[in-house]
Design a protein around this ligand. Structure first.
Ligand SMILES: O=C(O)C(=O)C[C@H](O)[C@H](O)COP(=O)(O)O
Length: 216
């Protein structure tokens, strides 16, 4: 049976250690991808999760990887193996899924790009755990129990760490980051739709800077 490799675990740990905030980015206009991510980078964000929710996701990953060689660029909202392959080909350095299937967990073990699998229950955690996964996304964090659920997971899964995402806000990020099993929190609040729509990149930088300062 294949297990998560040391290379994959080191990569995911490096990604989670690089930034305590992980923006979940959805690209509606391809031209926004590089300036938006540059603005986040300028505000101190070192990890970008670009979702495949729009037709531009894959190309955006390609462009941002070229433009920002010092950032970690991953693919988010990957829900099937076909998308995983596309993200990998585009150069995604890691992949995030909202949930787990056996097919995704198995495919990830063979991929260049390691997986941060999304879980919200102990049973899903066990699926990943058996394959050697120890780093997880916790989704949808707020409705799946928030910090109290993560504290509870710490009992049976003392060596698992999480990136809670889904309903986390600038005001609540701190509550999660105070937990020993949370390295990073993710969210779309770092890239508000209206700010992106008016291409106010200075404001994106400011939100990133202020959000990082709130949790420091
Ligand atoms: O796309 C994925 O892979 C997901 O799992 C969902 C996202 O992480 C959340 O939708 C972000 O949540 P908000 O910050 O509440 O907008």
């Amino acid at each position: 049976m294949n297990l998560v490799s040391d290379f994959h675990r080191d990569r995911i740990r490096s990604v989670l250690a690089a930034s305590r905030l992980m923006p979940v980015i959805t690209i509606k206009h391809l031209d926004d991808a590089v300036p938006l991510c540059q603005a986040l980078f300028d505000g101190g964000i070192r990890v970008m999760e670009i979702t495949l929710r729009t037709e531009h996701g894959v190309e955006a990953i390609k462009q941002v990887r070229e433009a920002l060689p010092d950032a970690w660029v991953g693919a988010g909202t990957v829900t099937c193996v076909d998308q995983y392959r596309k993200a990998e080909t585009a150069g995604a350095q890691f992949v995030v899924t909202p949930g787990v299937t056996k097919a995704l967990l198995d495919f990830a073990l063979t991929s260049e790009a390691p997986l941060l699998p999304g879980v919200s229950t102990a049973s899903e955690l066990l699926l990943g755990y058996g394959l050697g996964y120890r780093e997880f996304k916790f989704f949808p964090a707020e409705v799946a129990g928030g910090p109290r659920a993560l504290k509870a997971f710490g009992g049976p899964f003392p060596d698992a760490v999480f990136c809670p995402t889904g309903g986390v806000r600038r005001e609540t990020a701190k509550d999660y980051l105070a937990l020993g099993n949370v390295l990073t929190v993710g969210g779309s609040w770092l890239t508000p739709e209206d700010v992106v729509a008016r291409k106010d990149w200075a404001q994106v930088t400011e939100i990133a800077r202020a959000s990082l300062s709130d949790i420091s």
